[in-house]
Design a protein around this ligand. Structure first.
Ligand SMILES: [Zn+2]
Length: 75
């Protein structure tokens, strides 16, 4: 699998992206800036990727929170 060389920066925000990967081609995907409300990490990229970023963080922080509760209960 070839890694994409496209890298989005702040000046790309609001632009419309068209990109293709091994699964298909995406048209009219807007470049957005999103950030994680839990840790402040930011991501610039197509909405599709931003969703993955947010979902990944949400999942991780939920797990992190759960671990913390479990550790507190054990102590
Ligand atoms: Zn986060």
């Amino acid at each position: 699998m070839e890694e994409s060389t496209v890298r989005y920066t702040e000046k790309d925000i609001g632009q419309i992206a068209e990109h293709s990967d091994e699964r298909g081609t995406t048209y009219d995907d807007r470049i957005v800036l999103v950030y994680c409300q839990a840790c402040g990490a930011r991501f610039i990229g197509p909405i599709r990727e931003a969703g993955g970023f947010l979902g990944g963080h949400e999942m991780f922080h939920t797990w992190e929170f759960k671990m913390e509760i479990e550790n507190t209960m054990e102590a």
